[in-house]
Design a protein. Sequence first.
Length: 225
Amino acid sequence: MENYLNNFLFTYLPHIAFAVFWFGTITVFIRANKSIQAKSSQFLADRKVKLGSNLFHIGILAVLLGHFTLFIPELWYHHFMTTETKRMVALISGTFFGIMATIGMLILTFRRIGNKRVKTNSRFPDYFIILLLLVEAIIGLSSISVTAMSTIIDYATLGQWAVKVITFQPDAGALIAGSSIVYKIHIVIGLFIIMIFPFTKLMHMLVYPLAYFFRSGYQLVRKNG
């Protein structure tokens, strides 16, 4: 039973998650007529929301970019660095941007809970996605200490697993069967976030994400007539 569960979660679930992600993304784009927006509450906010939003967006985008490096085969990056160097870069950047994203999410979470006007205009999905991301970020930061204390072979195994997943290898799950439970929880929650991504306000990150950081911060209102 344990082997079956491990195989399902780390061999098949990644493909299910990405299939749902792409199906949902395409469906949302078609239904929204290429106009994707997140219901904003910034017109109810003070200066703290700008700080929290910037810390969250910069941190989370950097963390995502760092996770994508797992899919780079060892043969490729060994032309530029060793696995140990790659781990050191991952530890430093992951800690810095992970803390940045976590602080941003904490600011946004406390604002959403503590600001009466924002709380009135919030729905369950707003709380759910930010809390889920916060839990994932905290577990991710916890995994950094595991990575720092583990052997280089354990770290390299995660990259090998990621490569096996994207190349549809049937033994991908078996490769990390003995990995830390912290890694496994982090992966499963991450896959769940990928599945629900198109159906949450996170979807707006796919539409000109860089434009967010150059916004004036003002909302334009057009009068009728």
